[in-house]
Structure formats: structure tokens, C-alpha cells
Design a protein around this ligand. Structure first.
Ligand SMILES: [Zn+2]
Length: 464
């Protein structure tokens, strides 16, 4: 009997981990980190409800840490099999996982220094040395065609249009002569993305797991370049600096592309742009290399030069260079990680820039509960960063246009591409209100769809 257990991203947006069991074998789809509030992060430390050494294979949908960031724990605790993924996902994981360890180590040191942790000693979840065996286990599988993993499991990857290398996974399970197909949506991207291709319509399946991050919302429809131009021109006029907490993967490249386009068109003045994230700088080289993920427009522009190269761009790698940005007084744009202001260099820029009303902070994507980004989005008058209370005087703007996740309309469009409804659809990867709203929307708009909201650690029979 084939079954599936939701080990994460059930009732929340992080920690994606789905265990499939069939024919005595165990396959894990994604192995993400829980992020956000302390109760959720605690799950990263809890003993998982299974012996990880009994897992036979892992397949990844894409490189984001909420889908890959628990892999070092899995390998440390005894997993010895391969970790299959798209080649671009492997390249990104080679940057994201060591960086994740680095941030954890830095945060642990900082918490120890400032006495902001309840633990003594303060330890990181994993260290960068513990990441190396995980990277060695990553094995590429092609985007096109079927990859047979074992007599029980065959996977096919399809474009998800979310970040470079992102895919949906179609899993065919064969057991006692019976086949069951399970689709894992991974994170569904945008239609008409600035850089990437549209998500591929899904095939028929028996069971579907569909993300629901924006299940209760539509993204703004006005073009992202106009929204950025409005803010930039307003802030330039009052002599301020713009800080954009941006995910190093995709968001930073989309912002670099938009700024370059606006500069070329003369819509905004030529400004110093600081890309203050060594990881984002490295990731940009992958975006320049993987033309297979480009949409037609971006591919055409890439034949005439580098569309990601703003006119006055400063790529800061060292901590020293990063600190010097504090001295910048004239209008400038600082793009820095992390994207939800939950750690990383952007925290120092926020401490520096939030108390000045001339400045602006642009939140360019999803801000999870419990993050500083979410507090800013919710209109906090002050936020606590690295043990200090920081007054929020700067203008705060949320630009949903830059989200890498499809909104509810785009999720419905993707679902509508499926020739027939699955037997059961589980909505995952959403906060409860978003998943519930999407369930109601699908049931009201699409005939014959049976929707369920799974619970953390719930096991379901895939054949029933
Ligand atoms: Zn993602």
C-alpha cells in the first residue's frame, strides 16, 4: 500500500518534506527547513518521526532553503543515498546550503555575544563542514523525460517558472502491478515572469499536492517597473536611500533587470546600486549561464549584452565593503539578503536606514510570520534587530509584483491546465487562512475537484 506523510509545509509555508512509501522503499520529496516563528524553527531540532537512515532516495523540486535546507541534518543523521535534482538546482544548492550554514553560525555567534538566546552554549543547527557530504550526494536528473529511480519510483520534472531550475515533480509509483501517479507542484511560479518561462501545464494524476502560498490573494497587476520607478523617483527627490531585502535567488536578478531597463529608458536617474550579497552575485552568474530557463523576451535581450548589468553597479563581497555602504549619503539603492529580513547583511542596512524618513524599504515578495519583513509589512513603528530597538521612520512599500509565487489566479490557471481533476488534491505550503481560501475558491470554480488540507505528520493512503 503506497502512502504519503506530510513532514512539513502542512498548515505553514516552510519545511517542505513529503515522505512516500511503497513496496518497502522510502522516497523523500524535498527536505526543507522550517523558518519563521520559534515554535516552527524548533521542528528543525526535533527528532523527526522517522529514522532518516531508512530513507532510500531524495528528489528536490528546487533549491530554496524551505525545500532543501534540512538536507544537511538528513545526511548528518544517517541518510546515505543520492539526492536527485535539476542541474541548475544543484548549482544553486552548492551556494545556498553553505550560506545557510554560514548564517546559522553567524546568528549563533551573535546570539551568544548579545545574550539573546535561551541556550548555552548557542549552537547552529548545522555547520558549513556538515554541508559538504550533502553537496557530494547531489546527482543531476534531466528536465526532459522520465528518470527511473527504482522498480517502484519513476520521476519526471517539468518547468515550474518559480526560480532558476525550479520544477514540478510527477512521481509514478508502481506496486504489485498497480501504478499511481502523484504530482508535487513544488512552488508554482508566475506567468509572464521577467526572466523565466511560464509554468508547464500539469499532466493528469491520481493525487496532487499543490502549494497555496498566495491562495487568498492576487498580486498587483500594474507592471513592476512602473512601481519601482515611482518609489525610486520619490526617494531620490527627498535625498534618501532605498533598501531592498531581496532573496539572492531570482528576486535580486529580477530587480537588477528592472533597474537596468528603467535606466536605459531614462525613467529613473542613474543611481549607484549596491548588490550587497556575495551569494546573489554568484547566483547571478548562474542566471546568465542557464539560458534554457529563459522566456523568449529575456532570451532575445540576452543576445545583445547582459540584461542584469545596471549602469553603476557595485557588487560588494567583503564585510568591509558592506560596512562602507553605511557611509553612503546620496540617493542609492541597496539590494541585500535575506529577502524576509530574517537575518544576513540586510539587517545592518535596516538598522542604519529605518530611522530616517527620507529613506524607503521595498519588500519585494512574501514575508513570513515572525520575520522582521513581516513586522515592517504590518506597519510596525519599531522593530527589534540584533538585540536593539530600531525606530521605523522610513517609508515601507510592499511590491507583490516581484513575488516568485503565482497568486490565486495563477494557481487556478495552472490547475486548469490539468486535463481531468485528480482523485484528491492536498493543499500544502500555505498559512491556514490562505490554504482554506484556496480550497473554497477551487471548490466553487472547478467541477469535480476534491480538496483536502493535510496536517503536519499526517499519513494518507495514496490508493484510496
Ligand atoms: Zn521556492
Amino acid at each position: 500500500m503506497a502512502n504519503l506523510t506530510f513532514l512539513g509545509a502542512a498548515g505553514t509555508v516552510t519545511g517542505s518534506k513529503y515522505l512516500v512509501e511503497a513496496g518497502g522503499k522510502r522516497l523523500l520529496i524535498d527536505c526543507g527547513l522550517f523558518q519563521g516563528p520559534r515554535e516552527l524553527r524548533q521542528r528543525n531540532w526535533d527528532h523527526q518521526p522517522l529514522d532518516v537512515s531508512t530513507i532510500d532516495w531524495v528528489v528536490l523540486t528546487h533549491a530554496h532553503l524551505d525545500h532543501t535546507g534540512w538536507l544537511p541534518c538528513l545526511v548528518r543523521d544517517g541518510y546515505r543515498g543520492p539526492i536527485f535534482a535539476d542541474p541548475a538546482t544543484i548549482e544553486l544548492a552548492n551556494i545556498l546550503l553553505p550560506d545557510s550554514a554560514h548564517i546559522m553560525e553567524e546568528d549563533a555567534q551573535s546570539a551568544a555575544r548579545h545574550g539573546t538566546s535561551r541556550h548555552n552554549p548557542v549552537l547552529p543547527l548545522y555547520t558549513h563542514q556538515q554541508v559538504a557530504p550533502t553537496l557530494a550526494a547531489l546527482k543531476p536528473i534531466p528536465r526532459e523525460g522520465a528518470s527511473t529511480i527504482s522498480p517502484q519510483f519513476t520521476v519526471r520534472l517539468r518547468d515550474a517558472g518559480h526560480i532558476l531550475g525550479s520544477t514540478n515533480i510527477e512521481l509514478t509509483i508502481t506496486e504489485n502491478g498497480r501504478t499511481t501517479t502523484v504530482m508535487f507542484s513544488g512552488d508554482i511560479g508566475r506567468y509572464n515572469n521577467l526572466i523565466l518561462k511560464d509554468p508547464t501545464p500539469p499532466p493528469n494524476c491520481d493525487v496532487l499536492l499543490c502549494e497555496s502560498t498566495y491562495g487568498d490573494r492576487d498580486h498587483p497587476t500594474d507592471p513592476p517597473d512602473q512601481a519601482i520607478a515611482d518609489i525610486v523617483n520619490r526617494v531620490v527627490k527627498r535625498g534618501g536611500v532605498i533598501v531592498i531585502p531581496a532573496f539572492a535567488v531570482d528576486r535580486t536578478q529580477s530587480l537588477m533587470y528592472v533597474v537596468r531597463k528603467l535606466e536605459d529608458a531614462g525613467t529613473i536617474p542613474k543611481l549607484p546600486i549596491y548588490v550587497d550579497s556575495p551569494m546573489a552575485i554568484n547566483v547571478s552568474t548562474f542566471y546568465r549561464a542557464h539560458h534554457e530557463d529563459y522566456n523568449q523576451r529575456f532570451a532575445a535581450e540576452a543576445t545583445h549584452g547582459d540584461p542584469l548589468d545596471a549602469l553603476s553597479i557595485h557588487l560588494t563581497r567583503s564585510v568591509q565593503e558592506s560596512k562602507q555602504i553605511n557611509n553612503v549619503k546620496s540617493p542609492a539603492i541597496i539590494i541585500s539578503a535575506s529577502g524576509m529580513a530574517s537575518g544576513g547583511r540586510v539587517m545592518h542596512h535596516l538598522i542604519q536606514r529605518l530611522p530616517d524618513a527620507r529613506n524607503a524599504v521595498i519588500l519585494a515578495g512574501f514575508q513570513a510570520q515572525g520575520t522582521t519583513g513581516r513586522q515592517l509589512q504590518d506597519g510596525a513603528k519599531s522593530v527589534r534587530i540584533i538585540g536593539q530597538e530600531v525606530e521605523v521612520k522610513a517609508e515601507v512599500q510592499s511590491l507583490g509584483q516581484f513575488s516568485a509565487h503565482g497568486d490565486r489566479g495563477e494557481i487556478l490557471r495552472w490547475l486548469g491546465g490539468m486535463p481531468a481533476p485528480p482523485r484528491t488534491t492536498y493543499l500544502t505550503h500555505g498559512e491556514p487562512t490562505a490554504s482554506q481560501a484556496l480550497k473554497t475558491l477551487i471548490e466553487s470554480k472547478m467541477k469535480g475537484w476534491k480538496i483536502a488540507l493535510p496536517a503536519y505528520r499526517q499519513t494518507v493512503d495514496l490508493n484510496s
